[in-house]
Design a protein around this ligand. Structure first.
Ligand SMILES: *Cc1c(COP(=O)(O)O)cnc(C)c1O
Length: 219
């Protein structure tokens, strides 16, 4: 790792943290990044690491451990649940009753109550993960019946688009859904916005943003 790159991480984190309103939490999306880079981000104020892949997160967790909170932001396969619940503080990507029940069962076995978000497929894209907006409430009600997982938020990605303004309608729709579900459920976090869209996401009500490239540089 070159010195300039590490200075870049520091400057980027400080810039982002100074822009974000105080109530917005920053998740550093660290897929494909080295432990040194992630530690540099933590040293400069990052409190939450987001990971997409279990094996990669196990390697980083073994070095970094409790210096940060860990959010799982990738697609979780059922056969990885047992390992994932040992590392992660929050799993942001629940999109089916099956995966919710698998996490509940595995968490009960180790005496943990796993915090989860529902992932919403706000752009209604085929073959993408996340529940359709109209399916989120039913999933939330089902999660309420499970003793070893606790629903605390919603997460959305939005479509892949060039112009960040294009995200706005999807963020607006997810915020509406968040406000609706909040009437009957004790949820607090709305996770939306990435490097190119976090300004817009915060304007639209996000209180947790997931940022990779704008912290660590292009991968
Ligand atoms: C990679 C990733 C991010 C961060 O994306 P950047 O464009 O690099 O900021 C956010 N959320 C999820 C789910 C990701 O996989």
């Amino acid at each position: 790792m070159r010195k300039e790159d590490m200075a870049g991480v520091k400057d980027n984190v400080l810039k982002i943290l100074s822009w974000l309103p105080g109530y917005v939490e920053l998740v550093a999306a660290a897929k494909g990044r080295r432990v040194e880079e992630v530690l540099e981000a933590i040293d400069n104020g990052v409190r939450i690491i987001g990971e997409n892949y279990l094996q990669e997160s196990e390697e980083k967790f073994s070095v970094i451990g409790a210096k940060a909170k860990w959010h799982f932001i990738g697609h979780l396969q059922k056969n990885k649940v047992k390992k994932a619940i040992k590392i992660f503080d929050v799993i942001e990507t629940i999109d089916s009753i099956e995966i919710a029940e698998a996490i509940d069962k595995a968490s009960a076995a180790i005496g943990k109550v796993m915090e989860v978000f529902i992932e919403v497929n706000s752009a209604r894209e085929k073959n993408k993960s996340g529940v359709l907006p109209e399916g989120a409430e039913a999933l939330a009600r089902h999660i309420l019946e499970l003793k070893n997982i606790k629903l605390t938020g919603l997460m959305t990605m939005g479509p892949v688009i060039e112009n960040p303004e294009g995200y706005r309608p999807y963020f607006k729709e997810t915020k509406k859904l968040f406000d609706k579900i909040r009437i009957t459920h004790d949820i607090k976090y709305l996770s939306m916005g990435m490097s190119d869209s976090y300004h817009i996401a915060v304007q639209e009500g996000a209180n947790l943003v997931r940022i990779g490239t704008a912290i660590f540089g292009p991968s």
